[in-house]
Design a protein around this ligand. Structure first.
Ligand code: ZN
Length: 495
């Protein structure tokens, strides 16, 4: 039998480097990491890409503001900051692309040549509106009260000669593709939004800007450089062309049009396949406010992690808000979740089970003795989590896992192992508990990798996580457990 390993390629959006990552960027990247880890435990051949968009005018502005004489030096320093944040947040990306890299430029030029040869590039005059912060051209109907809908500031009126991409040519093809591929844009509400936008009519988009000091040169006109989005989107291919097409591209809703309208049209024009799924999630507010610098330290994910730990943050963000919808981050709700779900429910469960195993069986995992209600429950939760993960419903997956945690605590209270005299029966109860802990760790691993590893270590298992191992009875008896520190400390609520 030939076993074929499935490829799974997932990307974050490509981030601007003019600032440090916010908790909003961290949210998208953690979601991508969760799916990457999930597919790794399924046994897929995962390629997880994240990276930085460095060819923006904003890079130049930020470099100058911060006193860098050399723009590339600034970009290099920011790239280190981003990489470090991802490493602290336990992001398991396989590659990190920067759009100032040579490997990127080579593919951009190749891609552009395909689009050009297709007859989709022409020179024209652009007169209209441009938001510097979005680096996007707008029409009047896109604006809200004459302001950029995302930055709430008036766009600039510009008149210049540009090269255009014939986006309008792809209106029908795109509508058909979206209609024929229900998984192409998710969730449904975003799919409808994109469809109605395309149906209103697509206008050609400018893909170059004249007289820029920074960016990739347009090969057909030395006065021009690529408009940053045209080059940036191509990173998803340039990192490793052999991996394309992506299975999932994740992003927040502010960059929906670039990814769901312009990007697919560019791909069709250049003769590439389209990504299988583009998943668009909502915005995050913090204590009820839009993420902005005025909120200070709390938008810095490292500050949150320093106080509460990585896994608490990873857990909280995906338990609290249904993925896809808008949500809010509040320190008070984070603390409540840590205290109730992590310290009281999970941490306490692990500790109780291990202490009992030490006391009653000298730390050796006892022999199984028949099934219990935990058997069926654990197997059901496994099924439920799988289906939730396939549908991007992270909060449901975590709900299911915590249902299992809570029921396991209840099982201890019901069976009262400290009162059971029969050694075989007692062994059976403890085996069921330890086996359920093993299930919980594997299912939890994509969300809270270091917690899952700690639990595995404490029950004496090798830190290898596989969905295939979710078979009841797979845990071997006779292994020595290794009780360590309790997993989560309670946090005092300040007023
Ligand atoms: Zn804007």
């Amino acid at each position: 039998m030939v076993i074929q390993i499935k490829k799974f390629y997932i990307t974050t959006p490509i981030y601007y480097i003019n600032d440090i990552p916010t908790v909003g960027n961290a949210y998208t990247t953690m979601a991508t990491d969760i799916l990457a880890r999930w597919h790794r435990i399924l046994g897929d051949n995962v390629f997880f890409l994240t990276g930085l968009d460095e060819n923006s005018i904003k890079t130049v502005q930020a470099a100058k503001e911060k006193g860098f004489a050399n723009i590339q030096d600034y970009a290099d320093s920011m790239a280190e900051i981003w990489k470090n944040v991802w490493s602290v947040l336990d992001i398991s990306n396989d590659d990190f692309i920067r759009t100032t890299e040579e490997r990127h430029k080579v593919i951009v030029l190749e891609f552009f040549k395909n689009v050009f040869d297709k007859g989709d590039i022409y020179k024209g005059n652009y007169e209209g509106l441009y938001c510097d912060s979005c680096e996007q051209f707008y029409t009047e109907k896109d604006l809200e009260d004459s302001l950029c809908p995302f930055h709430k500031k008036p766009p600039k009126k510009i008149a210049e000669e540009n090269y255009f991409f014939r986006l309008s040519r792809y209106q029908k093809i795109m509508i058909n593709h979206i209609k024929n591929n229900p998984d192409f844009i998710k969730p449904q509400s975003r799919r409808n939004e994109v469809l109605s936008f395309i149906r209103k009519g697509l206008q050609d988009v400018s893909i170059s800007r004249p007289n820029l000091e920074w960016g990739i040169d347009l090969p057909i006109d030395s006065e021009h450089k690529f408009w940053v989005w045209f080059d940036a989107l191509i990173n998803y291919i340039s990192a490793d062309p052999s991996k394309w097409p992506a299975d999932v591209q994740l992003m927040a809703k502010d960059i929906l049009r670039f990814h769901c309208v312009i990007w697919p049209a560019m791909l069709i024009s250049a003769g590439y396949e389209l990504p299988k799924t583009i998943f668009v999630h909502g915005f995050f507010t913090i204590e009820g406010q839009k993420i902005s610098k005025s909120l200070g330290g709390i938008i810095d994910p490292l500050k949150i992690v320093e106080k509460y730990g990585v896994d608490a943050l990873r857990y909280f963000l995906f338990r609290e808000v249904p993925f896809g919808q808008d949500g809010d981050f509040s320190e008070k709700s984070l603390i409540q979740r840590i205290n109730s779900d992590l310290a009281d429910a999970l941490g306490n469960l692990v500790n109780r089970v291990l202490v009992l195993t030490e006391k009653k069986f000298n730390g050796l995992i006892p022999k199984p003795c028949g099934k219990s209600k935990l058997t069926g429950l654990a197997l059901n939760v496994k099924k439920g989590v799988k289906s939730s993960m396939e549908n991007f419903q992270f909060h449901n997956a975590l709900n299911d896992i915590w249902h299992l945690v809570n029921e396991t605590n209840r099982y201890i209270n019901e069976t009262k192992p400290w009162e059971v005299k029969d050694e075989k029966e007692l062994g059976g109860i403890l085996y069921n508990l330890l086996e359920t802990l093993r299930f919980i760790s594997i299912l939890l691993y994509p969300f809270m990798p270091s917690t899952a590893e700690k639990i595995f270590e404490q029950i004496g298992l090798e830190k290898k996580f596989s969905f295939d191992d979710l078979r009841w009875g797979h845990l071997k008896h006779g292994i020595m457990i290794n009780r360590g520190e309790i997993l989560f400390e309670k946090v005092k609520l300040k007023n």
